[in-house]
Ligand binder design. Structure first.
Ligand SMILES: NC(=O)C1=CN([C@@H]2O[C@H](COP(=O)(O)OP(=O)(O)OC[C@H]3O[C@@H](n4cnc5c(N)ncnc54)[C@H](OP(=O)(O)O)[C@@H]3O)[C@@H](O)[C@H]2O)C=CC1
Ligand SMILES: O=C(O)C(=O)Cc1ccc(O)cc1
Length: 446
């Protein structure tokens, strides 16, 4: 099990300059938070963004914008690359020779395999390598969230300097190797995103805004809808990068598609007993046997908290309650974890808010008395969700194939076309999604 630390004390060294290469969402977030704590920052993005960035940070005396990564690398004691994962090789190759003698270099990309390879290939041997990964988006409060630290090639002194700089984020430090990081985030991030990306595709294919009808009502549906919109409102490269470039993620995403397809066949063909046997076996493997569960005594999520975050007008189903759903996506997730021997609770140490919500709703389905049986019955007897489930299955297989073939361009197109479909609804939806995450994080601290 990885070690963690939550110390929040740090000392500002006025001569220690932190460099940021890539001033997109995450780079800016780091620039703001680190400079607010008192660190001197030198930062750049592509040269054409220089004037805009200078304007944007003109009121912040701690942040100096430079024209390119050579200038940042020459002047900084600790340089963080915060660029697209697919670009890390080329960007590091470009600026690495300008790295200050004895400096520390790290990256913020979501997948460490290509990042570490780029550092090893291009950085001078006197340079220390300490990478990091904030396991949350740029608009989430960093306090209490996991921050992975990877001491890849560094003295204890250099590693301590990095910890001292990043402590101002107030995150929980998690110490991993690059390989451990990629394995865990393949489970917590890549496959979780595959599920939400597939939901979006299915709703797009069936031309529905799910919050407008009476079919997707209630806490679990709110999580599906809000998180799906949250993902499609982001930049495509973040999700493509962590799925395609993470060598550990391909197996998981492929298994998720396989689990979805096989469960869908069982439902379609009315094979009630096989479906029940398979899902209950997966339940036991993932959540433990009756009487010795792996979940905590207190559920991860409270359904009533989630009920408040509906994008629609909370129309009820015909019976005045939520419409029973077979929740194929959640059953497939547990089947996938089971097939791969994954116990999701083991990964909480490296979890994003999105993963905790996803695991929370999954746990809710499997631990609420009668709920799982209701899903299985709906899966066999009820055609209401058949079309949506067909499209969900097709989508899950489509994403898996795209990832397996490392098709960045196809991935981008698949994402962009569905992003355009939902775009008119992003305004407002993202705020509701943020509020939901905040409320859930707050309620889980109680
Ligand atoms: N967004 C998120 O929730 C999280 C993202 N991450 C990771 O952090 C990294 C950055 O993500 P994010 O900030 O969201 O992405 P952004 O696209 O917002 O930022 C990346 C920035 O790097 C710039 N860039 C590309 N090449 C260069 C270069 N040669 N010199 C200087 N700047 C360059 C990009 O410019 P251009 O757009 O013109 O290419 C862009 O402005 C990614 O690897 C991502 O996986 C990690 C945690 C969370
Ligand atoms: O919570 C999630 O999974 C997100 O979607 C935000 C995110 C995206 C990329 C990362 O590397 C870390 C966090």
């Amino acid at each position: 099990m990885a070690e963690t630390s939550r110390s929040s004390t740090f000392t500002i060294d006025p001569n220690f300059v932190v460099g940021l290469i890539g001033m997109g969402d995450m780079g800016k977030m780091y620039a703001r938070r680190l400079s607010a704590a008192g660190w001197r920052i030198m930062a750049c993005d592509r040269e054409e963004k220089y004037d805009d960035l200078v304007k944007e940070f003109s009121g912040n005396s701690k942040v100096q914008i430079l024209r390119n990564g050579h200038l940042v690398s020459r002047a900084s004691c600790y340089i963080i690359y915060s660029v697209e994962a697919a670009a890390i090789g080329a960007v590091v190759a470009q600026y690495a020779p300008s790295t200050r003698l004895g400096a520390i270099v790290g990256g913020q990309t979501s997948c460490k395999d290509p990042e570490i390879k780029a550092f090893e290939d291009h950085l001078p041997s006197d340079v220390n390598i300490v990478s990091c990964h904030s396991l949350h988006g740029p608009n989430v409060d960093s306090r209490g969230q996991p921050l992975v630290l990877i001491k890849h090639r560094a003295s204890d002194e250099s590693f301590a300097k990095v910890e001292n700089v990043l402590r101002c984020l107030g995150s929980k430090h998690v110490y991993l190797t690059a390989k451990e990081h990629d394995r865990i985030t393949a489970d917590t991030q890549a496959v979780t995103h595959a599920a939400f990306l597939s939901m979006g595709k299915a709703w797009h294919a069936t031309k529905q805004f799910p919050w407008e009808g009476a079919r997707y009502v209630g806490g679990i549906e709110n999580v599906k809808i809000n998180l799906m919109l949250r993902i499609y409102a982001q930049k495509w490269h973040v999700y493509a990068g962590l799925a395609i470039l993470n060598p550990e993620a391909h197996k998981q995403i492929n298994q998720f598609a396989k689990s979805t397809t096989e469960l869908y066949y069982l439902m379609l063909e009315g094979r009630r007993d096989e479906l029940r046997e398979r899902v209950y076996a997966a339940k036991e493997k993932v959540f433990g046997a009756e009487g010795s569960p792996k979940w905590a005594s207190k559920p991860l999520l409270r359904d009533d908290v989630l009920d408040q975050f509906s994008l629609g007008k909370q129309e009820k189903g015909a019976a005045g309650t939520r419409l029973p759903n077979n929740h194929l996506s959640l059953l497939a997730m547990v089947d996938c974890w089971s097939a791969l021997g994954i116990v999701p609770y083991d990964h909480m140490i490296c979890s994003t808010p999105l993963f905790r919500l996803w695991l929370g709703v999954t746990e809710h389905l499997f631990r609420t008395p009668g709920f799982l049986d209701e899903c299985l019955a709906v899966g066999i007897e009820d055609n209401t969700f058949r079309r949506d489930d067909l499209q969900f299955t097709i989508a899950a297989c489509g994403w898996a194939e795209c990832v397996a073939l490392r098709q960045f361009e196809t991935w981008r197109e698949r994402f962009a076309v569905t992003q355009r479909f939902f775009e008119p609804r992003f305004e407002g939806a993202v705020e509701i999604g943020n509020a939901m995450i905040k409320a859930v994080l707050a309620s889980s601290k109680d």
